[in-house]
Design a binder for this molecule. Structure first.
Ligand code: CA2
Length: 148
């Protein structure tokens, strides 16, 4: 079965606990459950992970080499800082999609830069947990169109 790696960065384990006006009411567990259900309808299996550690995210990206058909990543604050995650993602030939619950470009200036964006086939932002489902559908279309 086609496996998609879904990676989540620091503090996303706190979703639903605070700042629902920015990130929505869904927890990360709700998001994972929604992704599992949607992936099933698309014929994907998903490997959904979260870490507060940059190096752990880098290791998971490396370990996924040749094993996944696509990567969906919300690197959270590392989006705006991490050349290490950028470099690790660059090792992959599979499609990468950047997702965010909020719309970082409409927020503070320090959130306007993304080190993921140049490597991603698209960025889906500001749609809450539903953005992850849109990313899975987008990935499916891109895999089919490229006959990967
Ligand atoms: O909108 C997104 O998905 C972000 O990636 C979330 C990150 C933020 O640093 C990015 O700029 C945009 C923050 C992760 C969640 O942080 C929380 C903090 C308090 C309560 C709940 C979540």
């Amino acid at each position: 079965m086609k496996t998609v790696l879904i990676l989540n960065g620091p503090n996303l384990n706190m979703l639903g606990v605070r700042e629902p006006h920015i990130y929505g009411h869904e927890t990360l567990q709700d998001t994972e459950d929604m992704c599992h259900d949607h992936a099933k309808t698309l014929g994907f299996s998903i490997d959904f992970r979260q870490s507060n550690y940059e190096g752990e995210l880098v290791t998971w990206i490396q370990e996924a080499l040749q094993k996944v058909r696509g990567i969906i990543i919300n690197a959270a604050a590392y989006t705006h800082t991490s050349i290490a995650i950028h470099d690790a993602l660059k090792l992959h030939n599979c499609p990468i999609i950047e997702v965010h619950f909020s719309h970082p470009k409409d927020r503070e200036k320090f959130r306007h830069i993304s080190y993921i964006e140049p490597l991603a086939i698209t960025t889906i932002a500001g749609k809450g947990a539903k953005g992850y489902l849109e990313a899975l559908t987008f990935l499916e279309n891109s895999i089919i169109n490229n006959a990967q």
